[in-house]
Design a protein around this ligand. Structure first.
Ligand code: HEM
Ligand SMILES: *[C@@H]1O[C@H](CO)[C@@H](O)[C@H](O)[C@H]1NC(C)=O
Ligand SMILES: *[C@@H]1O[C@H](CO)[C@@H](O)[C@H](O)[C@H]1NC(C)=O
Ligand SMILES: *[C@@H]1O[C@H](CO)[C@@H](O)[C@H](O)[C@H]1NC(C)=O
Length: 318
């Protein structure tokens, strides 16, 4: 009696694990597409040789994919007359970039193993390779995601935190994704690379007091005060080394040289100050925690098994 009912329990558990908890794993393509890594890496090399900033753009793309219904390539789907994707959502429009690079990577990967590697996995590998190419840490990317057949502009509008967010809002936006306060602070360290548009930081440099005066003046010179003018002028998120994945973002925050309101919220007399201080002094700790958090973010609600599909063209559902 006892043994047969425990057998049933074991079988039921095994079935549940097999069907609904398929796990991502770094060796997912070791049989089906061992060439995927070199194909992605060489395209990243080509793209970053043209423009270093592209590395930052691809890291951000991964974030914007994962925060909207999980890491499922939904951010890549183009709008059509009958389909509204995420590209024109507030946080993405005129902002998320690198779609042509993903197309080039997908084409290179299709050449070595057609129909095998998902677009969602390509974004994950591209983000890792970009960090490495810009001098940051390396890690094994977990794989086996499949591509969504839908997207959500509404969720993209609400799930991706705005640069006007306060610390409470930043923490809660990450918490709903299953990410901790520490994950939020360390993932924000991605702002050690890349650029932001004037419209995203204008209010911070003109109207807020928790900013270094000299730094504010420097930024004002390229971001005129009136709304509408120069909205798309760019400034580096890390004034020191915007093309190098180091810990200087955290040093900027301590010097009150955070570019976005949301950046400076991480070091503004609140509960996350100590973590910012630690990373500013210990880049090994920043790297180790960043890697762990990128893996965790990459685990948000993946489609696996027979869910979703492997798109042929990352911009359209098959
Ligand atoms: C904590 C909440 C976050 C907020 C409020 C935020 C906000 C922003 C904003 C407003 C920009 C500039 C966009 C533009 O002007 O077009 C930006 C850029 C960027 N973000 Fe974030 N972000 C956050 C977290 C993250 C995370 C978690 C990552 C990745 C792990 C990330 C990676 C980047 C990168 C690399 C850029 C530069 C992109 C480029 O140069 O193309 N951000 N972010
Ligand atoms: C999302 O935001 C954009 C830009 O602010 C807006 O045009 C669009 O209507 C919003 N979409 C939804 C579904 O809320
Ligand atoms: C933080 O922002 C939210 C809105 O996003 C607001 O409701 C809340 O009162 C703010 N908290 C603080 C401490 O300012
Ligand atoms: C820009 O417009 C916003 C909202 O319309 C306003 O809150 C802000 O103060 C304006 N900024 C400047 C510098 O005029």
């Amino acid at each position: 009696m006892a043994s047969s009912s425990s057998l049933v329990l074991i079988l039921a558990t095994a079935l549940l694990l097999a069907t609904s908890f398929a796990q991502l794993t770094p060796d997912f393509y070791s049989e089906s597409c061992p060439g995927v890594f070199s194909a992605v890496r060489s395209q990243i090399g080509i793209a970053l040789e043209k423009e270093k900033r592209m590395g930052a753009s691809l890291v951000r793309m991964f974030f914007h994919d994962c925060f909207v219904n999980g890491c499922d390539g939904s951010v890549l789907l183009d709008d059509t007359p009958t389909f509204i994707g995420e590209k024109r959502a507030g946080p993405n429009m005129n902002s998320v970039r690198g779609f042509e690079v993903i197309d080039a990577i997908k084409a290179a990967v299709e050449e070595v193993c057609p129909g095998v590697v998902s677009c969602a996995d390509i974004i994950a590998i591209a983000a890792r390779d970009s960090v490495v190419e810009l001098g940051g840490p390396n890690w094994d990317v977990k794989l086996g995601r499949r591509d969504a057949m839908t997207a959500s502009q509404a969720l993209a509008n609400t799930s991706i935190p705005a640069p006007t967010s306060n610390l409470t809002k930043l923490i809660s936006s990450f918490a709903v994704q299953g990410l901790s306060v520490q994950d939020m602070v360390v993932l924000s360290g991605a702002h050690t690379i890349g650029q932001a548009r004037c419209t995203t930081f204008r209010n911070h440099i003109y109207s807020e007091s928790n900013i270094d005066g000299f730094f504010a003046g420097t930024r004002q010179a390229y971001c005129p005060p009136s709304n509408g003018t120069g909205d798309n002028n760019l400034a580096p998120l890390d004034i020191e080394t915007p093309n190098f994945f180091d810990n200087s973002y955290y040093k900027d925050l301590i010097a009150k040289r955070g570019l976005l309101h949301s950046d400076q919220e991480l070091f503004n007399g609140g509960s996350t100050d100590s973590q910012v201080s630690e990373y500013s002094e210990n880049s090994d700790a920043f790297y180790a925690d960043f890697v762990a958090a990128m893996i965790k973010m990459g685990d948000i609600k993946p489609l696996t098994g027979y869910d979703g599909e492997v798109r042929k063209n990352c911009r359209v559902v098959n």
